[in-house]
Design a protein around this ligand. Structure first.
Ligand code: WT7
Length: 561
């Protein structure tokens, strides 16, 4: 194997929060992390306090906490205003009987209210369950039922996608419009519930290759990991304007759109509306964004519209971060040559709570690699027996347990939780990778059938289950088909029931069926009808790998033709 044959991007000289990786990596201990956090001094812990209230107590109440931009709409709040708003929401949640440990779901577009609702639930000790804004009825219902949601904060438009009568535990629905319309009462009350490090705080649903999406539960202890990665990897300083493009219904949007930047007192940009190259560039230029976090699909879309760039001054950018899918070297070189900044790839997962493998601003980038282990994180590339393989050899990407960001549990599913820890002392990610002599980690592929489309993790099982609810479908196998911009697209192979005939109308109807019931990003972009699906001879399970192999072979033939 030829390692490191690509051109290295050297660090730009600068005054970075982590000046010397090698030294810190040798000496760092998690016990010493989170030096600015208040629980290290007071012994009292709550994420919402660390992210917002602490800054007001420390005299930064007048600093801008957020800029919200949606079309022509502009709203900004200071940290003091965000604190008051979370107290306001907290009071209303309490009045509605929410107690420590209750599950409070948030189903809102990317607005300040969404961020504030999440924090207010956490403030009073509840477990916040943010839902992606584009989910449809079945996706909303399955997630809220799995962990017995008690209260939902949504708005009067999105509530149309909430099947209230199918969620028996749901006692109350609150509308953000109504909460906003109620006057804030400064009752001087302290709404913060002091939590144990192990108490639940946040639940995100994510796909596995089997079964429905799993509820990954995080505890308040993640603050240490998130604070430290914001300081070192995002390299947040007091005058930074920070923008993460992800919706808080995804873990990138909650951890790196909300908690991590605010734990580091950054001014956060919240942008509404859909992707458009002009709007994104305009936003960076107008607000003077210095740190920008997005995904390779977005960068590839920007790259393909190269001429748009010349109309905007993006010189405020210090660096860009990327996550969710393999970052093409081509994209790194584009940003370096056209924007004059480095893109720092980062690797982590919903389950890991924060960054595990990173590129740091003061260190060289090896394009094709996701970077090196975060200080305090030990990566291992393992073989089937759970032994560490030699450098340069591909194996299972694993991480030594524990670390502060690691999930607390999978809601109601101990077997699933245990399956991540099948080798004593290791968390197994499900990714395949190799590590070079300098510790840089190179992603190869998933080790299972998970699909990664535009950085969104899609479990084939959830899509297949929905497909076979359609009256025309007898069987379905779903795979990720390689795609230039999106990484992969969802492709379904189906067998029709007797009496149904393939037609463009039927296939479109099936696509709409999945889109309307689950979510647009889960609907197959391509559907192929087959007489039968390849299966294992013993258990009769659908062989997704075989479908994928056939698909890749076919597209190779197409390209040669
Ligand atoms: C899976 C986790 C929490 C981050 C957003 C996605 C893939 C993540 C990278 C990267 C290549 C990556 C992996 C991982 N992934 N980062 N830098 N390069 N692949 O979180 O939805 O929990 O998905 O995303 O396959 O296992 P997620």
């Amino acid at each position: 194997m030829t390692l490191n044959q690509l051109k290295i991007i050297e660090p730009v000289a600068g005054d970075y929060n982590l000046p010397n990786y090698s030294e810190v990596r040798r000496s760092f201990k998690w016990e010493d992390a989170g030096e600015d956090l208040s629980f290290n001094k007071t012994g009292r812990l709550n994420m919402a306090h660390e992210a917002i209230d602490r800054h007001v107590e420390d005299g930064y109440g007048h600093k801008t906490a957020l800029h919200y931009v949606n079309g022509d709409e502009r709203v900004s709040y200071t940290f003091k205003e965000v604190k008051e708003k979370t107290d306001h929401y907290a009071r209303i949640l309490k009045e509605n009987g929410i107690e420590k440990g209750d599950r409070v779901f948030i189903f809102l577009p990317k607005t300040p209210e969404c961020y504030i609702a999440i924090l207010s639930a956490i403030k009073i000790g509840a477990i916040a369950g943010p839902l992606f804004e584009a989910f449809m009825e079945d996706a909303v219902r399955d997630r809220m039922n799995d962990c017995g949601a008690k209260l939902l904060i949504t708005d009067k438009e999105m509530v149309k996608r909430v099947p209230e009568k199918d969620i028996p535990t749901l006692e109350t629905i609150l509308y953000a419009e109504d909460i906003e319309a109620e006057p804030f009462i400064d009752d001087g009350k302290q709404y913060t519930e002091w939590m144990d490090a192990e108490d639940g705080m946040l639940i995100h649903y994510t796909s596995g290759s089997t079964g429905k999406p799993k509820g990954v539960l995080h505890a308040h202890r993640v603050v240490t990991h998130q604070y430290q990665s914001g300081k070192w990897v995002l390299d947040i300083k007091d005058d930074d304007v920070y923008w993460c493009t992800s919706h808080p219904g995804w873990v990138t949007g909650s951890v790196y759109g909300l908690f991590t930047p605010w734990l580091n007192r950054a001014t956060v940009v919240i942008q509404g509306g859909r992707f458009k190259a002009e709007h994104w560039y305009k936003l960076i230029a107008e607000l003077g964004v210095t740190i920008w976090y997005s995904a390779p699909t977005a960068f590839r879309m920007l790259l393909s519209q190269g001429d748009v760039l010349k109309d905007y001054d993006l010189s405020s950018l210090r660096h860009i971060l990327s996550v969710g899918e393999p970052l093409n070297p081509e994209v790194i070189y584009w940003a370096w040559e056209e924007l004059g900044v480095r893109i720092h790839d980062t690797w982590w997962m919903t389950e890991t709570g924060a960054h595990l493998v990173v590129n740091l601003p003061g260190e060289k980038i090896k394009p094709g690699s996701m970077g090196r282990p975060f200080p305090g994180i030990e990566v291992g590339i393992l073989d089937e027996a759970g032994e560490v393989v030699p450098r340069g050899t591909v194996g299972q990407l694993a991480v030594k347990t524990p670390w502060p960001g690691l999930m607390k549990e999978i809601w109601g599913n101990k077997d699933k939780f245990d399956s991540y820890f099948k080798y004593e002392g290791w968390y197994v990610s499900g990714d395949l990778a190799y590590q070079d002599e300098e510790d840089y980690v190179f992603f190869q592929s998933r080790d299972d059938d998970m699909i990664n489309s535009s950085g969104e993790r899609i479990g084939p099982f959830e899509v297949e289950s929905k497909l076979i609810e359609h009256p025309a479908i007898q069987e379905a196998g779903v795979i990720g088909k390689p795609h230039e911009v999106r990484g992969e697209i969802v492709k379904a192979f189906i067998v029709l029931r007797e009496g149904y005939v393939e037609s463009p109308e039927l296939l479109e109807e099936i696509r709409v069926f999945v889109r309307n019931n689950l979510a647009a990003h889960l609907a197959p972009k391509e559907i192929e009808v087959m007489d039968e699906l390849p299966k294992t001879t013993i258990s009769g399970k659908i062989l997704r790998r075989e479908l994928k192999r056939m698909e890749i072979e076919k597209s190779a033939v197409d390209q040669n033709a």
